[in-house]
Design a protein around this ligand. Structure first.
Ligand code: C5P
Ligand code: MG
Length: 198
């Protein structure tokens, strides 16, 4: 299987690029942010909990997002792989993902990290907020806080995957098309190099 973790700080372009990647490589796209926003829209108990945390730029507890992913992986389906977008967000989530995939006799193939300057992240998120209607996108203090949470809790995953030789930094500044090409080429060259391991 080809299981990709699309990684990067908030505003790095994970969601945008995930759509292209999922199409190009025929992967099932799992975005925990989208799943949580669906719960919010449906006004479920989980949605209410998530809304309170997301609007403040905080993370939803590990157990909650892990069971959401677990549910999705349980569904029987034939796919060449999964594209994880916005998950894992903590080391504990990464360890849980490894265990879940192991149950399915699979593993994370690569972690692709979109590299974008902080100033550009803030600009992108703020601009998105003007049209997305996302409460966590329009308040500058919340945006800054999300980046701090990323640096504090999520960035340690870089060494987690680096130690497994799965970490690939990707230039995340440029046009959407250029970045999509960067990602595609990186994955194709990894596939060529590791045909027997992926
Ligand atoms: O991934 P995305 O940026 O769309 O997520 C939006 C928000 O959802 C995050 O800022 C965070 O509050 C919440 N989230 C989370 N845990 C995840 C994914 C998203 O808490 N694994
Ligand atoms: Mg997203």
């Amino acid at each position: 299987m080809l299981n990709l973790v699309l990684f990067g700080p908030p505003g790095a372009g994970k969601g945008t690029q995930a759509h292209f990647l999922a199409q190009s490589f025929n992967l099932v796209h799992l975005s925990t942010g989208d799943l949580l926003r669906n719960e919010i829209a449906a006004n479920t108990d989980l949605g209410k909990l998530a809304d309170a945390l997301i609007s403040k730029g905080e993370l939803v507890p590990d157990s909650v997002v892990i069971s959401m992913i677990e549910e999705r992986l349980k569904k029987p389906r034939s796919t060449v792989g999964f594209l994880f977008d916005g998950f894992p967000r903590t080391v504990l989530q990464a360890q849980a993902l490894d265990k879940l995939l192991m149950k399915h006799h699979s593993k994370v193939s690569v972690m692709l990290c979109l590299m974008v300057d902080k100033k550009e992240l803030i600009d992108r998120i703020y601009k998105r907020g003007l049209t997305s209607g996302r409460a966590d996108d329009i308040d500058l203090a919340t945006i800054e806080h999300r980046i701090d949470v990323y640096n504090d809790k999520t960035a340690p995953l870089i060494s987690y995957y680096e130690s497994q030789q799965k970490y690939y930094p990707i230039q995340g500044m440029g046009t959407i098309e250029e970045i999509a090409e960067n990602l595609k080429h990186t994955i194709q060259s990894i596939q060529k190099k590791h045909t027997h391991h992926l």
